[in-house]
Design a binder for this molecule. Structure first.
Ligand SMILES: [Zn+2]
Length: 521
């Protein structure tokens, strides 16, 4: 079936129309040529709307996003009191044995009362129902007494790579693992629901492909997520192309996965195996990002390393033997030092396997240079600037703040792609573009080093072509070009010519994946 799209304003193209056939862009040109080529196919008039390649969110957690949507949403709560109210409202629906889960709280943004949420607040809601609230960074959970009891955690418990604040009921990094063990894994049916809810949410923002890290989301290991994704892809039920960023709890799990024949590139257009994903440290907001020097606003800590050098070396080395590159979550410069050191052993000149760094936040100048020298793929999140612009100033000294989040430098010298880390941030691409070009916070009016602003064109590229390169799919997606998969987003405003503020008002009105409409406003 041929579909002719006419009266379009195509990004980076003088053409006004295109023909889609068999899920691909068959022809791009002027209206008459396209109408003629379409024959008696369908004609869709876009009325002058702006068309971009489908957006590629290069790092997120698709299943976790869907899961997040089923929990109590706390992102808008501006005090512990509001959180307590939101959680209380859920207690009526809880079945015996069920937990209440909340997600997305951010105590540093509280505008009323103390800037914290603790066990005592949650115990006031219930000491019978287990309650677990996860901070928006995803690295810290606040739990009530019931959860501590179920997890067997007391004042004396020690968990390697984690931190337990028993009095406040805060579990950080690896100390959150008992939660997953006690809550148990999702069933295949639940997991499928998460993915379907997640993809529906991202399609509404024009996203047609995502680098998604899901293996340890409500799952013991890779097997359940892999099965569910593979089944959905086979059944043609995925409306977003997923390049899986594969995370493993142990080197043994990774070895088994590789032994079963999985490695980067295995899969099809809808679901493919991406790189090995490693988490090196925590978050800036939670002061768990690993710094080379103590935090400026808390000299008692330098943050937490989530993986030691030996374990990282074993995992990276093992994957490397199967031509599977690693991408590593590194937010603090201390974590990045370790990552760069391990990578030096494995990354070949020019980085042909496409090793990468996820987040690229607190960086010294020498590190930015080494990332460029190793030609590492950078996976940054301009959406983080909204909440990070103010906390950056508090957490690190001015000279380090100045060289941090060096997005333009990375963009101009490496393959730097953009993403949301959803559900850490709502995967709103147009908002991400706004932050990339302004480096201003909407929440606080703070701004970051303006020399690192991207142009709108660069920001669009970071959300399209660069993501495609990160996934090794640059010959299939990320461009509106003949022969490419017909993935595109239709936007009501040409964001390349409007004032930056108007990018925030622009809306995605249609999303198409492989020639099929998956969202329309
Ligand atoms: Zn992530």
């Amino acid at each position: 079936m041929k579909k002719a799209y006419i009266n379009a304003k195509i990004w980076r193209s003088g053409a006004e129309a295109f023909l889609v056939e068999d899920g691909r862009f068959a022809l791009i040109g002027d209206k008459d040529t396209i109408l003629e080529a379409a024959g008696d196919g369908e004609v869709i008039d876009l009325n002058g709307a702006f068309v971009t390649p489908g957006f590629v969110d290069s790092h997120m957690h698709l299943a976790y996003l869907g899961y997040y949507l089923t929990t109590v949403q706390l992102a808008d709560c501006m005090s512990a009191e509001e959180i307590v109210e939101a959680v209380k409202a859920r207690t009526a629906d809880v079945l015996p044995g069920q937990w209440i889960e909340g997600m997305g709280y951010n105590e540093s943004a509280f505008t009323k009362g103390p800037k914290e949420i603790t066990k005592a607040d949650l115990d006031a809601v219930s000491t019978e129902i287990p309650i677990v609230l996860t901070r928006h960074c995803g690295h810290i959970s606040c739990v009530n007494s019931k959860v501590l009891e179920l997890c067997g955690i007391d004042e004396t418990t020690y968990i390697e790579g984690g931190e337990i604040d028993f009095r406040r009921g805060l579990l950080k990094e690896n100390a959150r693992k008992p939660l997953t063990d006690v809550m148990g894994s999702a069933s295949a049916a639940e997991y499928e629901q998460y993915i379907l809810a997640g993809q529906k949410a991202v399609n509404a923002f024009g996203i047609t492909a995502s680098g998604s890290d899901d293996f340890l989301i409500r799952s013991e290991n890779y097997k359940l997520p892999l099965d569910v994704f593979s089944k959905l892809a086979y059944q043609g039920r995925l409306s977003v192309r997923v390049n899986e960023q594969c995370e493993f709890r142990t080197p043994e799990d990774l070895a088994e996965f590789l032994d079963e024949g999985y490695t980067t590139g295995v899969g099809n257009e809808y679901f493919s195996i991406g790189p090995l994903k490693i988490i090196a440290d925590g978050s800036l907001g939670g002061r768990t990002a690993k710094m080379s020097e103590p935090y400026a606003d808390d000299p008692s800590t330098t943050g937490t390393m989530a993986v030691d050098e030996d374990k990282m070396d074993i995992m990276v080395g093992l994957a490397n033997r199967y031509n599977m590159p690693a991408i590593t979550h590194a937010i603090g410069d201390g974590a990045l030092d370790q990552v760069l050191k391990v990578y030096r052993k494995y990354v070949l000149p020019g980085n042909p396997l496409r090793y990468g760094i996820v987040h690229c936040q607190i960086m010294r100048k020498d590190q930015t240079q080494e990332v460029i020298d190793q030609q590492l793929c950078c996976y940054f999140q301009s959406l983080f600037l909204d909440s990070d612009a103010s906390i950056l100033k508090e957490r690190v000294k001015p000279e380090l703040a100045e060289t941090s989040y060096p997005f333009r430098t990375l963009f101009e010298h490496t393959n730097a792609s953009n993403g949301s880390d959803a559900p850490v941030e709502i995967p709103d691409v147009l908002k991400g573009i706004y932050h990339a070009v302004t480096r201003k916070s909407i929440m606080t009016d703070d701004e970051m080093n303006q020399a690192e602003c991207l142009t709108v064109d660069q920001a669009l590229e970071s959300y399209t072509e660069k993501g495609a390169v990160a996934f090794g799919m640059e010959d299939e997606i990320g461009k509106i070009a003949e022969g490419y998969l017909a993935d595109f987003a239709v936007i009501d405003t040409d964001i390349t010519v409007c004032p930056a503020e108007d990018i925030l008002k622009a809306r995605v009105i249609r999303t198409v994946v492989g020639g099929e409409e998956v969202y329309s406003a």
